[in-house]
Design a binder for this molecule. Structure first.
Ligand SMILES: Nc1ncnc2c1ncn2[C@@H]1O[C@H](COP(=O)(O)OP(=O)(O)O)[C@@H](O)[C@H]1O
Ligand SMILES: [Mg+2]
Length: 340
């Protein structure tokens, strides 16, 4: 049987920001897909283009940045032809209908989505009424239902709460409730637990996993933390400087990482007890170059322990398919495949 087409297929996405100091190629030819009902984690250090990728899908890139190339094929329903989100006018009706309705997004900082001057309940009611034809009473009932669904205690009382009356974890639950109010088919979550303490982070990750399964929703989860990836991802997309360097099922990525950058990210996961024994956490040599000093050839080569002068610094590697859902963009993988 043919596998079902992915709900989201991003192909050769390019998103750029013209700035006074030059063009920033924030996403530079990224390709990956999200299967129906699965959680895909986009992982990489800060500045690698993860957030811009998420925002490109919804066409909410900060101006004057814009999607300049590639396709974002959105297929909420198997029976219909996909819509290319990259081709839609960012201010047009079609993307507005999709945004917050078919595809919702939550951010690291709840206050980017929630207003401090309106109650939690009234904001969720407004979001519901924007996208459905529920009347005020039905929207209110639905709001209390979603607040309960995300684990807010005494949801009917919390309906009238303001954000400043909630803890960080409760605010994050309220933002997730708002995102889920219209039953989206895809949730894009951009570092939603990064600002939280470890215990609250674990609770929110469990909540998202539960909601994803119950609602048969797909999740694109952006994080810099391989520890988080291990807990929630079905598949992994590793990004470095606007390109996808490796993709694959989570077990394979953890058991057999093929890109030196993926290996370095995995080596940097803190292990239980490591601190106590006084051992230092492995860190990746060097740092992510700024947007205006993009290396030639493979963008990772200046930090790579396996880089070969004359090859890796001069030529961009091709993306090699190692399996149906497994890709690596590295000269070493190219050679292995060629040798067979
Ligand atoms: N509004 C903007 N204007 C100019 N450059 C931007 C803007 N937003 C992001 N960038 C640049 O795009 C690149 C990718 O950023 P981002 O997607 O936020 O990275 P990540 O989420 O992986 O930390 C960075 O070099 C960043 O400086
Ligand atoms: Mg980011």
């Amino acid at each position: 049987m043919e596998p079902a087409p992915p709900i989201l297929h991003v192909e050769n996405l390019r998103t750029q920001f013209p700035t006074e100091t030059g063009l920033v190629k924030a996403v530079d030819g990224a390709s990956f897909s999200v299967s129906r009902g699965k959680t895909v984690c986009v992982v990489g250090e800060s500045g690698c283009g993860k957030s811009v990728t998420g925002r490109s899908i919804l066409q909410i890139v900060d101006r004057p940045g814009q999607v300049v190339g590639g396709r974002i094929l959105w297929r909420p329903n198997d029976a219909h032809e996909p819509t290319d989100l990259a081709a839609l006018d960012p201010r047009g009706d079609e993307i507005r209908r999709i945004r917050g309705n078919e595809i919702a997004m939550v951010f690291q900082e709840p206050m980017t989505s929630l207003s401090p001057v309106h109650t939690i309940g009234s904001q969720i009611v407004e979001a519901i009424r924007l996208h459905t034809d529920l009347d005020a009473d039905a929207a209110r009932a639905r709001t209390i239902e979603v607040l309960e669904h995300v684990g807010l205690p005494r949801p009917a009382d919390r309906f009238g709460a303001y954000t400043f009356q909630l803890s960080g974890g409760m605010r994050q639950r309220a933002m997730i409730a708002m995102a889920l109010a219209c039953d989206p088919r895809l949730l894009i979550a951009d570092e939603p637990t990064t600002a939280l303490d470890v215990t609250t982070q674990a609770q929110i990750l469990r909540l998202l996993a539960r909601l994803q399964a119950e609602m048969e929703m797909s999740v694109l989860f952006v994080t810099h933390d391989m520890g988080v990836v291990a807990q929630i991802a079905d598949e992994v997309v590793v990004m470095y400087l606007g390109t996808v360097v490796e993709t694959g099922p989570t077990e394979q990525i953890f058991a057999e990482p093929r890109h030196p950058y993926t290996r370095a990210l995995l080596d940097a996961i803190p292990r239980v007890g490591q601190r106590r024994r006084g051992r230092r956490l492995a860190t990746i040599r060097g740092s992510v170059p700024g947007p205006h000093s993009r290396p030639t050839g493979c963008p990772f080569h200046p930090r790579c322990d396996y880089a070969r002068p004359g090859t890796c610094d001069t030529r961009e590697p091709a993306t090699v398919a190692l399996g149906a859902r497994r890709h690596v963009r590295c000269v070493l993988a190219e050679e292995e495949v060629a040798v067979g």
